[in-house]
Each structure stands twice: as C-alpha cells, then as structure tokens.
Ligand binder design. Structure first.
Ligand SMILES: [Fe+2]
Length: 491
C-alpha cells in the first residue's frame, strides 16, 4: 500500500513521502563532478552515519516511526571528493521475522499489529527495531533503541552482528538509545533504566577496548521518562521528567485496543527537575529544582565552571506522546501540522550553583530547537557553539525547515540561521570537526518528498547563513533520527 495523499497540501505530501520512503539496501556512488560545490578537504576520508526508521508502511498499516525498522546509512567521503552512500536495515529479530512475513507482526510502542484487539494481547517478541541512534565504537557500529539492547554492525559492510550486551553487562536490560563518549577519558557511557515505584538508573563506563571501568546507580522519582542524559567530570545528569498515566488510554492499551505510548503524558503538576548522580564514586542522587515545569528530551551538553554545573538542553514545558512526526494512526496520512498544536521545545542554559538544590535558567534563542549537537570531542566540557534543527517560524518546532547555530560564548546573542527551500525538511545537523586549521562543518540531510530526493548539505559551521558549500543529491531516504560523525570512515 502507499499512503493516500489525494487532496493533501504540498507540504503534507512531501512529509508523507519522506516518512514512507523505503529504498532498502543502497550502494550508490556520487562522483566528485556530480557534487554541487566541493567536499571540503577536512571531511575526506570520514563519513556521516545516520539511523532512523526505514520501513514504516506495511501493507495497509502505517507504523508510528518509533516502530519502523532501523535503517543505517553511511555517507562516506572519498579522498577524491566523491561520496559513497551505503544503507542497510538492522537485521534485528523482528526485522527478520517481518521481512519473512512481509507485514507488521510484532506489536510496538505506538503501533498495534492487528485490528481485532484480542489478537494484540498475545505476548510476543519485544519490538526492538534498533532505529534511534548509531555510534562508531571500538571497531563496530552500535545501533541503539529505547527499550532493549543496542545492535552491533560491521562498520564497513553494515552487516548486523547481533544484539550488543558488552560482555553481558547490559544483558536483558533497557539500555537508552542515546550513549555518550567522553573523549577526554576515552570512555563510552551507557545508561540502563528500570521501572518500579521509582525509576532506577544505572550508568556504565567502558574504555576504548570495551573493558568495564565503573558502574554507578541512582533514582528518578516515581515513573519517569528517560531518553537522553549528559555527563560532566563529576556528575551524570538526567531530566526528572515525571510521567503521569492517562487511565483510559492505559486501559485500552492493556486490552489490546490501544498502545502504550499515548497512555503517557508529562506530569506538569510536579516542578521540573534535573537529577545529578555522582560519577567518581557511588553516592546519593542529587535533585535540583528548575524554575518551571520541564521535560528534557535531548541534552546539548553539560560542563563544570568552578563548582557550578552548566547544562544546555532542549526543554518542553508540556508533552503528550503518540503524535510525534504528525502520526495520526495506522490508516491515515501523517499530518505535519499536528506538532504545531503542542508548544515548541526551547533551548535553555541552566546553571546549578555548587551545592544548590535549585537552578536558574535562561532561554537562549526564541526558536523551537531540537537535535542539539556540539563538537563531538567537547561533550562534558565547555564548548564555543552548538547547532540544532528548528523552524524559521519561532512559534513552531518540528518538522524542521532550518538549522541554527548558537554562540555559547555570548549567551543571548542572535542565532545564525539557514532555512531550506519550501516543503523540504531538515534532519539532525551533525558537526564534523575541522582538521589542520580548517573550519568545522555541519552535515545535514534534507528530505524533499515532492521531488523524491534527499540531499546531503555541507555547510561551514562558522557561516551557516551562507548556505551549503556542497550539496550531494541522493535517492529519497526515509526521515532519520540521529547520526554521528565517523572520522575513521570505511578506510
Ligand atoms: Fe533522541
């Protein structure tokens, strides 16, 4: 089935085509003379990695993108200025099963497999689709998912190697899709969560050879939503993100007539909170109250300044689940105007004074910002700028049409913005650090459903407003979630 797009405005058509694209395995070479502009020298030999759902339409059923199968893309820059796109599905247990069936078989977080409710009550395989993040780590790629183990992939062939438990360390645990690298200490940091009366969180650190270095534990109060975290030299940080349950929707989900995701919402009756867990030694969890209701989905960074902790994060003041990407259900098209109904998330700098249990915050830009990224070597310490995805219209956030740069050396200064053409959607911007005195670059994939093509746009990080210095035209790729800069590339 294709989604019925008759009568939809151009923007909705473009968005639906980008979400429904399913090109499958790709090995595509763009020679340097077909690149519009020139691939900067400091990118050559490296690559952009990206992951997101690559199969969202199954027969007559449209899956919520959170339930689409992980599809990892590698955009490798040759030394001659060419670009090689390679894309493969993550061959998880549920992917292999659904490929064999040719249909949506395993119930997900936000998509049911069957219309008759009782058929959804069978206990089946957890729908780990490994579709959220991708990181290069110690000779393999790690494709993360929200509620199970990541999957390891061969970094060159993109063949799936299987679930990654780090030698059993996270076997059977919920490992957050977001992981972080502390480049100064040469560590990969993972976070496990476990539901209970309170939400237990466990941080693990691995060195560059995958040796387990340390584990620390803490707690979020009550039921809480954890998607991303951050770290500094002394702390791990999470949003307190209290959840409340919508009882009617939970009952429907338990009866098989609804799904779990829309049964949750942000609990705005409780103040916003950041939770700090000591990193150097096991110690008590520290809770820091924020000035207003806050729901942190993505952190940009955190670092220490004297004894203070400074945290940059994208914050919702309220949040309901289930309508992400304009999802309207398994039979109806995505509606890109749906996210406009909820308030946009804002980019805040939060300052936690030494020993304090209350923080202050400053909204740094008027735009709704998500997908915040910084220089990959600077996580956990001060960094001069961030980039993120946003809308030129400051009332709204996703689906994004722009990227912005925020000067963190002058908080409150005007952001620098670049906006794509009409009805072209902007993904997560990833920073590729410059080498040998060259500037950093920002890599972003643009989705143009109308023209049925994607474009890899390369911009100078210090001059976003000038627009791309190079554009690489590609087949239409499905909308992605998160990516990573891989300086090692495929060579
Ligand atoms: Fe995320």
């Amino acid at each position: 089935m294709t989604i019925d797009l008759s009568g939809l405005p151009a923007r909705a058509v473009s968005w639906n085509k980008a979400l429904a694209a399913r090109p499958g395995d790709i090995d595509h070479h763009v020679p340097s003379h077909q690149v519009e502009g020139e691939v900067p020298a400091s990118l050559r030999g490296g690559r952009l990695l990206s992951n997101g759902p690559g199969w969202n339409v199954f027969g007559d059923r449209i899956a919520h993108p959170f339930d689409g199968h992980g599809y990892v893309r590698s955009l490798a820059f040759g030394t001659d200025g060419s670009v090689a796109l390679k894309a493969r599905f993550v061959r998880t247990e549920v992917f292999v099963s659904e490929q064999a069936h040719g249909s949506f078989v395993h119930r997900g977080l936000a998509t049911n497999a069957h219309d008759p409710f009782w058929k959804n009550l069978r206990l089946g395989t957890a729908r780990n689709v490994a579709n959220t993040t991708v990181y290069r780590w110690n000779g393999r790629l790690l494709a993360g998912w929200e509620a199970g183990s990541p999957h390891a992939m061969d970094p060159v062939t993109l063949d799936t190697l299987g679930p990654e438990t780090f030698g059993g360390l996270v076997q059977g645990k919920v490992t957050l899709a977001h992981m972080h690298r502390d480049e100064r200490r040469g560590r990969l940091i993972l976070c496990n969560t476990a539901a209970g009366r309170n939400t237990k969180v466990t941080f693990h650190e691995l060195d560059r050879e995958d040796n387990h270095v340390q584990t620390r534990t803490g707690e979020l109060s009550g039921g809480a939503f954890a998607h991303d975290f951050m770290f500094t030299d002394r702390w791990y940080l999470l949003g307190g993100n209290p959840l409340s349950v919508r009882p009617g929707r939970l009952a429907k989900a338990l009866l098989g007539a609804g799904t779990l995701l829309p049964a949750m919402k942000a609990n705005t009756t409780r103040p916003g909170e950041l939770v700090l867990i000591p990193r150097d030694e096991q110690g008590p969890t520290r809770r820091v109250r924020l000035p207003g209701p806050a729901f942190v989905v993505h952190f940009s960074n955190a670092f220490e300044r004297g004894g203070d902790v400074v945290v940059d994060a994208c914050i919702f003041h309220d949040f309901t689940f289930g309508e992400e990407f304009g999802y309207t259900g398994p039979r109806t098209p995505f509606d890109p105007s749906l996210p406009e109904v909820r308030g946009a998330q804002s980019f805040y700098r939060i300052t936690i004074p030494e020993g304090a249990d209350e923080a202050t915050w400053e909204k740094l830009v008027p735009h709704g910002v998500d997908f915040p990224r910084i220089h990959p070597d600077h996580e956990g310490r001060d960094t001069p700028y961030m980039v993120g995805a946003c809308r030129a219209d400051t009332r709204f956030s996703d689906p994004f049409d722009s990227i912005l740069r925020v000067d963190l050396t002058a908080p409150g200064s005007e952001p620098v913005l670049w906006t794509a053409e009409d009805d072209v959607f902007v993904g997560e911007p990833v920073i590729a650090p410059g080498r040998d005195g060259e500037p950093d670059h920002v890599l972003v994939i643009l989705s143009d459903g109308q023209r049925e093509r994607s474009t890899l746009a390369i911009l100078r990080a210090d001059d976003l407003a000038a627009g791309p210095v190079a554009r690489v035209r590609l087949p239409l790729l499905p909308v992605a979630f998160h990516g990573d800069w891989d300086p090692v590339g495929v060579g």
